[in-house]
Design a binder for this molecule. Structure first.
Ligand SMILES: *Cc1c(COP(=O)(O)O)cnc(C)c1O
Length: 391
């Protein structure tokens, strides 16, 4: 089955849908049994998508968990109240006091803050590594290194990681690899085929796709699913059936939405690359991107999220650029149908292991489903405001 078709079938087994097209929305705290035999069966199979207790999920959750495994290729999927909880939940499953974590330097900023503020307090040490390190990650491994965390492309800066080079080193040392796979959504990259042990999605983004739900998933391979499931259960992570339902609904249109996001984003990226104010466009699908070969090897397409770096620009000019847009709203949680814009004046402040090569401000765009000509007109006017705000 091709991936667009898999999105239509995923999680829609007859046992979940019954006679309807969609699995019904089942809200429950208590699950009740008629016979002792049923109760015993549910108890024995409580980790295997058999209703047992609300915190373990209902058929709505099970349908989503099964869909994520069908799409990403894992053995089991844990649901979390948001993407950040999936990140912390996956990390804390495999790390304890005295352990060492290798974390990519271009990681999503709240993940970095989790390492520096929470994990450090638990006695877990983090070393940040260059996103372009590849197999040379072997040189950073210590006897107590338990997890290598990856995110590709990098948040804001879009460096591509050589995922299979890193996972094969990790396997030789029996180290767990966790990938934040949110940019790819469940369909643009197949993490388990690249040797990853646990794949995280902020379902908040493209899976839900409508900017109205917080939800996270962590999907694990056969070897690591039992530990992930147990940790998630004991920590009490659970999600509402309504949110799981919204994610299932979002999945059905994911491929068609992504194709439009991709096409419009590429149009805008090519337009930006020709602007005199722009130093570089950070989009891995552009041939001039340093990670383009890896992108072509490991990803089947791109989406609506990328950045560009200005040659120069004062705070006042950047404010003039991003304020007063008609279609682009200022905001962070991308992956909905609408366009977004944010600015970062000094990306170096979010790096500790690598030198950021550009001095100008960075602008990140999420290209939504509006007509791309309207978006380009909006950006064109933004560059006029930018020029007029110069001293
Ligand atoms: C948004 C995001 C998260 C966090 O997801 P939330 O649902 O907002 O908590 C984690 N990782 C990446 C790469 C993200 O973009």
């Amino acid at each position: 089955m091709k991936k667009d078709t898999r999105l239509i079938h995923a999680g829609r087994a007859k046992k979940y849908t019954g006679t309807a097209v969609n699995p019904p929305l089942v809200r429950a705290s208590t699950i009740v049994f008629d016979t002792f035999a049923e109760l015993k069966h549910a108890t024995l199979n409580r980790g295997n998508r058999v209703p047992f207790y609300g915190r373990r999920g209902t058929d709505t959750h099970f349908a989503l968990q099964e869909a994520m495994c069908e799409l990403e290729g894992g053995a089991g999927c844990a649901l979390y109240p948001c993407g950040a909880a999936a990140v912390s939940g996956a990390l804390l499953t495999f790390l304890k006091q005295g352990d060492h974590l290798l974390m990519v330097d271009s990681v999503y900023e709240p993940t970095r803050a989790l390492c520096d503020k929470v994990l450090a307090g638990y006695g877990i040490e983090t070393t940040y590594y260059d996103p372009q390190i590849g197999a040379a990650i072997a040189g950073l491994i210590r006897p107590n290194t338990k997890v290598i965390f990856l995110e590709s492309p990098g948040s804001l800066s879009f460096e591509m990681q050589d995922i299979p080079a890193i996972t094969s080193v990790a396997q030789q040392h029996n180290i767990v690899t966790i990938l934040d796979n949110t940019w790819a959504s469940p369909i643009l990259c197949q993490p388990f085929a690249l040797g990853v042990d646990v794949s995280i999605q902020a379902a908040t983004k493209y899976i839900v796709g409508h900017s109205d739900v917080m939800l996270g998933t962590a999907t694990a391979n056969e070897k690591h699913w039992p530990a992930l499931r147990e940790h998630s259960y004991l920590m009490g992570y659970c999600t509402s059936a309504d949110d799981a339902y919204a994610a299932l609904r979002g999945l059905r249109t994911l491929a068609v939405r992504l194709k439009q996001h991709e096409q419009s984003a590429l149009t805008v990226a090519h337009w930006l690359a020709k602007r005199p104010e722009v130093e570089t466009v950070l989009h891995p699908a552009l041939p001039q991107h340093p990670g383009h070969d890896i992108f072509k090897r490991d990803f089947s397409g791109s989406n609506g999220l990328f950045s560009f770096v200005l040659k120069q620009g004062s705070q006042r000019q950047v404010e003039a650029l991003i304020e007063g847009m008609t279609h682009f709203k200022m905001g962070f949680s991308w992956g909905g149908y609408e366009s977004l814009i944010t600015a970062t004046m000094k990306l170096q402040n979010l790096r500790s292991a690598t030198a950021w090569p550009y001095s100008g401000p960075l602008i990140r765009l999420h290209i939504g489903l509006e007509d791309v000509e309207d978006l380009i007109d909006d950006l064109d006017a933004a560059f006029v405001r930018f020029a007029n705000a110069a001293d």
